[in-house]
Write a protein that binds this ligand. Structure first.
Ligand code: UDX
Length: 432
């Protein structure tokens, strides 16, 4: 089947790569000429595990072509997936400008009498698909159906998540579109993956509800870990008990510096504002947002309280990506923590195995170190903010020799206290 994917970001590139690997002929389009040129040379602007190989394999097999948005491709595409960004605006609402501009770009290329299906993968407020439908069908020259097909891809495991989804959600009430989507997703359906056909509005809301619930679990375990700390309980023991209840599940119960990334913060804010626009309030998610925002202040204060105010402390931060496995620093909890630290009189060095380039674009004046042991050399205080495996495997005795001071803040609980304190470290972690 001939498929278009518009938007060459995390979601669009993974969608295009996987669909072309399923055997579809995929045209992946964007409005940035330079990005398209590089993509056709096999150079991708983001890191995502195995994406490079998958894209280049299908480029070589002519199953995948990158192009600027153009009429011929839209004309010959049986399905058009939209995966453009829907960022948060300054009021915390979803900014749909890019999406609506993309719809206008498509509209000019639609031919009389044509039937087309637009499938929206971008995360969009409830009711947006209906708006798009009326934007496109205002003169009845053609029949355009708009389907909500939210993605549930995690950065760092997006291809795995696409190929092995817990569920594929298709929001439409149009029988032709249902038939079309069954054909597009045939490979996964034949492999037995769950497909949920629902109405458009339910699919739109389900995406926000899913992310909000996951983020709520993270904030919940963070607050429980704080209670464990003050009461002398152990968060790992508590996690084991609650996670053994199948109704709770043992995932998303790792305490940390707070959730981040390009999705959770924006989706929770959007959900709260969407609810308010309909006269509802989702107070529990309002509290989750507040709790998550305050957590970064709280953890920064724990570090600041241990600074030696008589001299300039050397502080090394390990990890700025919002989680391990990605180079993405968008809304990373490390950023506000670092912002509070640099207000104090300290020498700061930052390390991250993948995200330093993106971090230094935002903070060119902050010292970074490419080598882990260079980063820790002479440090009085070490702060772990991302759970990279390179940090789990660090040589603790070498670390003890290289550091000047002995304070470690492990805000991802990647070490065991016993293995750390035998080297003379003062070790602080979460909930233990
Ligand atoms: C998320 C959703 O998981 C995915 O389904 C959706 O499509 C996009 O948003 P992603 O943003 O890539 O994916 O990150 P995720 O792996 O969900 O983690 C989000 C944040 O929560 C990260 O900052 C992570 O460090 C944090 N987290 C996650 C925890 O602090 N503890 C946990 O146990 C799990």
């Amino acid at each position: 089947m001939k498929i278009s994917v518009i938007g060459c970001g995390y979601v669009g590139l993974v969608t295009a790569a996987c669909f072309s690997d399923f055997g579809h002929d995929v045209f992946c389009m964007d409005n940035q000429e330079e990005k398209i040129k590089k993509l056709n040379e096999g150079i991708i602007p983001i890191y995502e595990e195995n994406l490079d190989q998958l894209l280049n394999k299908n480029l070589k097999e002519d199953k995948l072509i990158f192009s600027l948005v153009n009429g011929d491709i839209i004309e010959k595409s049986e399905a058009i997936f939209i995966a453009v960004g829907t960022p948060m605006d300054i009021n915390g609402d979803t900014d749909l400008t890019i999406l609506y501009d993309c719809i206008q770009d498509i509209k000019v290329h639609l031919k009389k009498g044509r039937k087309k299906t637009l499938i929206i993968k971008s995360t969009i407020p409830v009711g947006t698909c209906e708006n798009i439908k009326s934007m496109l069908n205002d003169n009845q020259d053609y029949e355009i159906d708009v389907v909500s097909n939210p993605e549930f891809l995690r950065e760092g495991s997006a291809i795995k998540d696409f190929m092995n989804p817990d569920r594929i959600v298709i929001g439409t009430d149009n029988q032709r579109s249902i038939k079309l989507l069954k054909t597009i997703y045939k490979k996964q359906i034949d492999l037995g993956h769950k497909v949920i056909f629902t109405n458009i509005k339910s699919a739109e809301i389900a995406k926000y509800a899913s992310n909000s619930f996951l983020a709520m679990k993270v904030s919940f375990i963070n607050e429980i870990s704080d209670l464990c700390e003050t009461t002398g309980a152990d968060i790992d023991e508590v996690r084991n008990v609650i996670g053994s209840d199948k109704r709770i599940g043992d995932k998303f119960l790792e305490p940390g510096p707070g959730y981040g990334g390009s999705c959770f913060p924006k989706d929770l804010s959007s959900l709260v504002n969407i609810a308010k626009s309909y006269g509802n309030r989702i107070e529990i998610i309002e509290q989750v947002i507040e709790s998550n925002d305050y957590r970064k202040v709280k953890l920064a204060n724990r570090i600041i309280s241990k600074l030696n105010l008589n001299e300039i402390s050397n502080v090394t931060v390990l990890g700025v990506s919002f989680k391990a496995g990605t180079d993405d620093v968008r809304d990373s909890p490390a950023i506000p923590i670092i912002q509070q630290l640099i207000r104090k009189d300290i020498n700061l060095v930052v390390h991250d195995p993948m995200a330093l380039t993106n971090f230094s674009k935002l903070y060119p004046n902050i010292n970074t170190a490419l080598d882990l042991y260079d980063a820790v050399r002479g440090a009085d205080i070490l702060v772990i903010l991302t759970e990279w495996s390179i940090y789990r495997k660090i040589d603790i005795s070498k670390l003890a020799k290289l550091m000047k001071g002995n304070k470690i803040f492990d805000f991802r609980n990647i070490y065991s206290r016993e293995k750390i304190i035998i080297h003379g470290f003062e070790y602080e972690c979460l909930g233990r």
